[in-house]
Design a protein around this ligand. Structure first.
Ligand SMILES: Nc1nc2c(ncn2[C@@H]2O[C@H](COP(=O)(O)OP(=O)(O)OP(=O)(O)O)[C@@H](O)[C@H]2O)c(=O)[nH]1
Ligand SMILES: [Mg+2]
Length: 383
């Protein structure tokens, strides 16, 4: 951060800006929660600045948060821990633009060791500028039941689950999301298991969709500061191998049709279902897509799939037909990146056959396995 940017930050009337990080595995509900917290804080008259992050570029999450009008900076091309200076630069840029009282950052869902590599270095270097909130790690209850053997079903490989468990180990707050999807008994059983396995964390459950449990979660994010604990041990070889088991794909597609246009919901549903079918056998962590109409006022449609055997779900809808728009496709699954590429290419090519008059042109496509994490800083704190 430059000296002038630093002085802008420290000249804020409310002293330090708050830095809140909301982590958790792919598809856990982070972006949805970031949006809900940002909306709540904006409603209280606070200025918020959001930071999204990904291994690639062209991010669904950024499109979703910007469509809601929030100042959002993205850090593409690597996780926060490996792009620490980009994280500080993003905060500085947001500061110049809107002087946020609160920054909310969403790390990549396959990332762990965030305390040692992000929050401790932030406090050490910028503790005068930022008050660091406790780290939240979100988990989808249905995914978690599978991981902890509380239900049958497909699971990721052990090395991917190593990352999942390490995320929970460093959490200050473990937040079970989507609580309305499971019964009170199941929620209680999962909570008890998490509390036993991760005694240093407080376990909460929330449903952002039904606005349940949010006060109890958001209060410590705004009032408390992260308390240092001994740095967690992480085997970076297993971590790297776990991340490398995941295939990553980000793509953009230009969609055009003659008047009166196409039904965005039908197109998104057909595309998601086709990709899902083409990926049968691979465990999908998150397939997400947004459609932004050209020349629109910012409204977008969005669809998600967070389990291979679920039905893709719309989270944002467009009422009017669309004649032209940009589709962003982000897919993360335990599968070869080439399989993701072929599935997305094949499904996009198939669209005009199902929707006569529609043309779909793939503009950009990147597919890869995340590289070995190499944090810029790693602060060792002893007990
Ligand atoms: N039923 C239900 N679904 C939810 C809730 N919160 C989020 N979701 C859904 O969960 C899916 C994933 O949500 P996101 O917020 O995109 O998840 P994420 O953790 O940001 O995903 P990545 O950034 O890909 O790791 C979407 O379909 C959301 O609509 C909730 O409270 N209830
Ligand atoms: Mg997200």
């Amino acid at each position: 951060m430059s000296a002038s940017q630093l002085s802008t930050l420290s000249s804020q009337p409310s002293a330090r800006a708050r830095y809140i990080m909301i982590g958790g595995f792919l598809g856990a509900g982070k972006t949805t929660a970031v949006g809900a917290l940002a909306e709540r804080l904006s409603g209280q008259g606070l200025r918020v600045g959001l930071i999204t992050n990904d291994q690639g570029s062209e991010l669904v999450d950024t499109a979703m948060l910007r469509s809601r009008g929030f100042a959002t900076e993205e850090i593409p091309g690597g996780c926060f821990c490996c792009r620490f200076s980009s994280l500080v630069d993003a905060a500085a840029k947001l500061t110049e633009l809107s002087l946020p009282d609160v920054f909310i950052a969403e790390p990549v869902g396959s990332c762990t060791d965030l305390v040692a590599t992000v929050t401790y270095p932030l406090r050490r270097m910028y503790g005068e500028e930022f008050a660091i909130a406790p780290l939240s790690v979100l988990i989808d209850p249905i995914r978690a039941e599978g991981v902890f053997g509380l239900s049958e079903g497909k699971r990721f490989s052990e090395k991917v689950l190593y990352i999942y468990r390490k995320q929970l180990e460093e959490a200050d707050l473990i937040v079970i999301t989507k609580s309305e999807l499971v019964s009170a008994d199941r929620l209680q059983r999962l909570t008890a298991r998490l509390a036993r396995e991760y005694p240093a964390a407080r376990v909460l459950d929330v449903s952002v969709r039904e606005a349940r449990g949010l006060d109890a979660w958001f209060a410590p994010l705004m009032d408390a500061e992260q308390q240092p604990r001994a740095t967690m041990a992480v085997d970076y070889e297993i971590y790297a191998e776990g991340e490398a088991l995941l295939g990553w794909l980000n793509a953009t597609v230009q969609l055009d049709a003659n008047a009166p246009g196409f039904d965005s919901e039908a197109v998104l549903r057909a595309l998601a279902a086709d990709i899902q079918q083409r990926l049968a056998g691979a465990e999908i962590a998150h397939l997400k897509m947004t459609l932004s109409p050209s020349g629109g006022l910012g409204d977008i449609a969005a669809i998600h799939l967070v389990h291979s055997d679920f039905v893709p779900e719309l989270s944002l809808r467009l009422e009017e037909p669309v004649t032209s728009g940009q589709l962003i496709v982000n897919c993360r699954a335990e599968a070869a990146p080439e399989l993701l590429r072929d599935a997305v290419r094949g499904a996009v090519a198939e669209l005009p056959a199902s929707f006569p008059g529609l043309t779909a042109a793939l503009d950009h496509l990147e597919h890869f396995r995340p590289g070995k994490p190499q944090p810029t800083h790693r602060d060792a704190v002893s007990a």
